[in-house]
Ligand binder design. Structure first.
Ligand code: BGP
Length: 462
């Protein structure tokens, strides 16, 4: 029997985007980003050789896009500011054309009754900042805090929620461990330093934010991947604990609890992989935990006990401590290769309830990337029934967590308009709104209509 899942009044329904993936370059004296630089030197690392020049052309089409957000039931929307657009050299002059652009976007959202949620770092930074050492450099950390303050001062009177970083572990993994982001380094100790630098930059920004006494809240967006062991034996459980320590708690604990897990510190010490830090840094982290947490959830991580001891000659990696486990029968999105496990979202929320002071949180990204979506066009509209099922399947578990006391305030889908996806270019489409890449015209998909009903009814039937 179908059941209606009703959500609390004022639940945040919306979607997320990022500057580098949706704005396109626009003509505003923007500085070169790390992504533009990498694309210029190694275009063949990008799917079909396509870089971020145009993406969804939000820079030129934001008015139409915000109209479509309204039409697809958004009451909130997460975007990010491009540091390179606002402060082209990272720390100097503010670019007035960028101020005008972001003011226009924020005002347009508010006029349409859509709460602006704004992120400060979503994988892109001025290339020059990367050259100066990225998050390994204290100078860059300070430049970032300065940039954040500029944003708070310029836009802080209208933004509902701020986010320092989006998925800060991804540039660590991609740029310093597994070679899928610039600067393509493979070195755990440097990765640990980058991870620590990010947490410090984040905490310093929270500190600066609190001093301003704005009406809004500040948080961070973390991609949480619940670690599930193959079985309940001691070795599998240990493997899952390691994966959790490296990939979740390395950011979750300092950002929400104000301290790193002792177990992680001991482990890094044992293998001589601890980053450089001071007692003062730890104090700043301790005193500046988040007020709100964004949770990006795409897939869980399944692991099993390590079969063979890692070869101590090979570079130190988290994988020294566990092996991936391909659970038979798991559901996979064949396009992106990611497992679909709806209950994972519930497990995350219950973990936050029980072990992270039931912090106020929301699902800041969840979504399904699909190739060649034009296959599903019927009478001029993409009939993405699979995306509607995907959303409902996850929302059912968000609803259950809510009933059991989770402090979850909303659900944002990745993403609004189809956009450019890092190394995958336009391969996988995620949007509620289709973008025709030849004409750049927009059209609402079936999921966009579903989303509108979701907001209208504040729930759905399944
Ligand atoms: C998240 C990022 C987004 C987005 C999404 C989809 O990790 O925050 O920026 O890209 O994943 O992943 P992908 O684009 O790699 O398919």
């Amino acid at each position: 029997m179908a059941k209606f899942y009703r959500f609390p009044k004022d639940f945040w329904w919306g979607s997320a985007t990022s500057a580098e993936q949706t704005e396109g370059k626009g003509n505003t004296g923007k500085g070169v980003t790390n992504w533009e630089h990498w694309y210029a030197i190694e275009p063949n690392r990008f799917f079909n050789g396509v870089g971020p020049e145009i993406t969804s052309d939000f820079f030129n089409q934001y008015k139409e896009d915000i109209r479509l957000l309204k039409e697809t039931g958004h009451n909130s929307f997460r975007m990010s500011i491009s540091w390179s657009r606002l402060i082209p050299d990272g720390f100097g002059e503010v670019n007035e054309a960028a101020v005008e652009f972001y003011n226009n976007v924020i005002n347009e959202l508010i006029q349409n009754n859509i709460k602006p949620f704004v992120g400060l770092f979503h994988f892109d930074m001025p290339y020059i900042m990367q050259e100066r050492g990225g998050w390994e450099s204290r100078e860059v950390i300070d430049a970032y805090v300065h940039y954040a303050k500029v944003c708070f001062e310029l836009f802080g009177d209208r933004v509902a929620n701020w986010f320092t970083f989006n998925e800060p572990i991804v540039p660590v993994e991609g740029g310093y461990l597994y070679d899928f982001h610039y600067p393509n380094i493979v070195d755990f100790k440097r990765a640990a330093q980058v991870a620590f630098g990010t947490v410090l930059a984040h905490a310093k920004t929270v500190k600066a934010f609190k001093r301003l006494n704005l009406q809004s809240k500040i948080g961070i967006v973390l991609n949480l991947t619940p670690s599930y062991p193959r079985g309940n034996n001691e070795h599998d459980l240990k493997a899952a604990n390691y994966a959790d320590l490296f990939f979740n708690r390395s950011f979750l604990d300092p950002c929400v609890k104000g301290a790193y897990p002792q177990e992680l510190i001991e482990l890094l010490k044992e293998y001589d992989q601890l980053p450089v830090y001071t007692e003062e840094d730890l104090q700043i982290i301790k005193e500046n935990t988040v007020q709100l947490l964004g949770v990006n959830y795409y897939q869980p991580r399944r692991v099993k006990a390590k079969m063979y001891k890692a070869n101590e000659e090979s570079p130190f990696l988290p994988e020294w401590f566990f092996d991936p486990y391909e659970m038979p029968g798991r559901k996979i999105n064949p396009h992106r290769g990611w497992e679909i496990y709806e209950k994972g979202i519930y497990d995350i929320l219950i973990n936050l309830r029980d072990n992270y002071r039931n912090i106020e949180c929301f699902i800041s990204e969840n979504g399904m990337g699909v190739e060649n979506e034009q296959r599903f066009i019927e009478n001029g509209q993409v009939n993405d029934h699979y995306r509607i099922q995907f959303i409902k399947g996850h929302l059912k578990y968000v609803h259950q967590a809510l009933k059991e006391g989770s402090n979850v305030k909303g659900y944002h889908l990745w993403t609004a308009m189809d956009n450019w996806s890092w190394m995958n270019g336009y391969k996988n489409r995620y949007g509620l709104i289709r973008v025709d890449l030849d004409s750049m015209e927009r059209s609402i998909k079936k999921s966009g209509e579903f989303f509108q009903e979701l907001n209208d009814n504040n729930g759905f039937e399944m």
